[in-house]
Structure formats: structure tokens, C-alpha cells
Design a protein around this ligand. Sequence first.
Ligand SMILES: NC(=O)c1ccc[n+]([C@@H]2O[C@H](COP(=O)([O-])OP(=O)(O)OC[C@H]3O[C@@H](n4cnc5c(N)ncnc54)[C@H](OP(=O)(O)O)[C@@H]3O)[C@@H](O)[C@H]2O)c1
Length: 342
Amino acid sequence: MSGKNLQVVLANRPAGWVKESDFRLVEGPIPTPGEGQVLVKNRFLSLDPYMRGRMSAARSYAKPVEIGEVMTGQAVCEVVKSRASLLKPGDKVLAPSGWQEYAVLPSTEVERVDPQGMPLSYFLGVLGMPGQTAYCALLGVGQPKPGETVLISAAAGAVGQLAGQIAKLKGCRVIGTAGAPDKVAFVRDTLGFDAAFNYRGKDADALGAELAALAPKGVDVFFDNVGGPLHDAAMVNLALHGRVIIVGSISIYDRLETPDTGIRWNRQLLVKRARMEGFLVWDWRHQTRLFRDEVSAWLRAGKIHYKEDIVDGIRAAPKAFIGLLRGVNRGKMLVRVSEASA
Ligand SMILES: NC(=O)c1ccc[n+]([C@@H]2O[C@H](COP(=O)([O-])OP(=O)(O)OC[C@H]3O[C@@H](n4cnc5c(N)ncnc54)[C@H](OP(=O)(O)O)[C@@H]3O)[C@@H](O)[C@H]2O)c1
């Protein structure tokens, strides 16, 4: 197949905040699939905070992207050529195809998508990895009960918006935090959280006081997407037998290479007989079908509101990703890489 494949590769390991110069745009040929492989064309690429970790050589749960390598990422794609018996041109698939227009992958690495009337992009968000994070972390680890108070940080984002709405569906009182007035209004007025507040410009003491006023009986389930001062504020306000789900720590993603030291909460965990547990979505693959069926049903019934933030073209990915780390995004961050084939 003739034509070019525009790709975004890692140019440098970032020092502190990610910069556009940490990426480089390159043009390669469109690759040819070998036996058992497929050539896919990316339709939508997902931009996710975890990608900051892959840019760093710091020890993590996955290996880093090498300098000069195409940035890692999941996309919904269309099969263009297939040398695998179970896939044919035109099939829609989820694939780890990265920040580029085309990719060749073994058929074993792609998952066929049956949209059943849902937009394809949803399989990277509310029906994809972020959605499953919200569903499995909240219900599997947090185990909220009706009447309990649930706190969600980064509540306007891909994970937070669904986690809070599920907690509401389960009969909880839900508080969200976000970093801009319009996001706070979105969380409260559109998503239906009981309360929300802006964390920006406030230290842990001020955040703790604001939270105490909103949750006088304490926080039963803390869905922590960000770490940092908000984490400390929530820990001070933990209810008896509280559950803290460590889902993300985006507040320190600009300094992943140094240890995250600070206050130790051992005594608070003991006094409150609380539980803190780290969560990784890939450990919950056995629940993918359950999650998709239930969240799809809620979407169809109009019980879940979902917001996306879409930019166009692979060239836009670096700037959009930097914006995601800084809170510029309004909803699930995606790149529309190409239009559907006729
Ligand atoms: N463990 C897992 O398996 C798993 C899976 C998926 C995602 N995650 C984690 O979940 C979190 C949310 O991911 P997402 O995809 O839903 O992203 P997102 O919330 O759509 O976007 C990231 C948001 O983080 C907020 N943020 C940035 N810097 C912050 C800071 N210093 N303090 C507080 N908030 C800050 C910004 O919102 P504001 O404008 O509100 O600040 C930004 O919009 C991330 O930490 C991510 O790594 C974990």
C-alpha cells in the first residue's frame, strides 16, 4: 500500500513538565502485515495520564517507551488489510496501535468491537479503559453502600465523571473536586454530584476544612485520582472503616523520578480502621464484559452523562496530551485520527 504514515515518537525523556519538544513528528511508509497480522488505520486515539509514566525511565508497572519509538496508546481502528483468519477489512477493533495513523499488529493483540449502536469513541472512554477503571475501582475496591459519602478527585475527567455517577446510582452522597469553575459546575449541575469544589490555589489545611464542611460525618470512600494535598485533606476527613482507592497520582506526574514523600497516615488508618488499596485496571480484565454490559445499559437508559474532548489529526496529540496533564481538557481526551471509510 502506498502512502505515508504520520507518527509521533518520543524525542526526549521529560525533565519536569512535558514539553512539545519532547515529541517529534516523523513520516514513515505504511507498513505491510505479515502472516497472522493485520494493518489497521487509527480512527480515534486515546490520550491518558499514564502515558506520562511511559515517557519516564522510572520503575513502574510497564516498560517505558524508548527514545525514537512511537508513543504508546490505545485506539479504535479499522482493519485495512488482514492476514489473520478471524479478521477482515472493515472490522472495527481496539488495538494498542500508538500515536500514528497506521499500525501493523498481531491479530492476537487486537480486540474486535461490536459497537451495538454506541459511538466507536466510547470504547476508549466510558466503555473502555477509563470507564472500567471507574466501575471496578469503585465497586470492586471501594464497595460503597447506600447513604455513604464518596469523594472523587479529578471528578470532571474521564474516570472521575463515571465513578461519581455510579456512586450516585448506588445511593451514595457524592462530592467531587475539579480545577476550574466550569468543571465544578459541570460536576454538580450536569453530572448530578451532591457537591463539588475547586481545589486550585488551596493548601491541604484549607482543602481539609472545605471538605469537613461538606462531609461532616467523614468520607467513607475516597476515590483518589490525584494524590498530593487533596489526598492529605481527604485522609484527615476519613470516616470509621473508610476505604481509600489509590487510582492515580497525577499531581506528581511532573516529578515521577523522585520519591513521593510526605505525611505518613499509618496512625489515621489505624484509628479509623481504614483500608487503602492500590488499583490497576489490567488486574480486572475478568470483569470487562460485566462492566461493558452494565454501563451500556445505563447509557441506553439515559442514566449516565458522558463528555468527550476531541482534537483533530495526529499532529495535535502532543499539545492535547500536555493540556490533559494540566487540566485543559473538558472530558475524556481523544484524537480523531481519521474519518470512517466510505
Ligand atoms: N490505576 C489505573 O488502572 C488507572 C486507569 C486509568 C486512569 N488512572 C488514573 O486516573 C486519573 C484520572 O485519569 P483520567 O484519564 O480520568 O484523566 P482526566 O481526569 O480526564 O484528566 C486528568 C485531570 O487531572 C487533573 N489534574 C491535573 N493536575 C492535577 C493536580 N495537580 N491536582 C489535581 N488534579 C489534577 C486535571 O483536572 P482538573 O482541571 O480538575 O485539575 C486533568 O483534567 C489519573 O491519575 C490516571 O493516571 C488510573
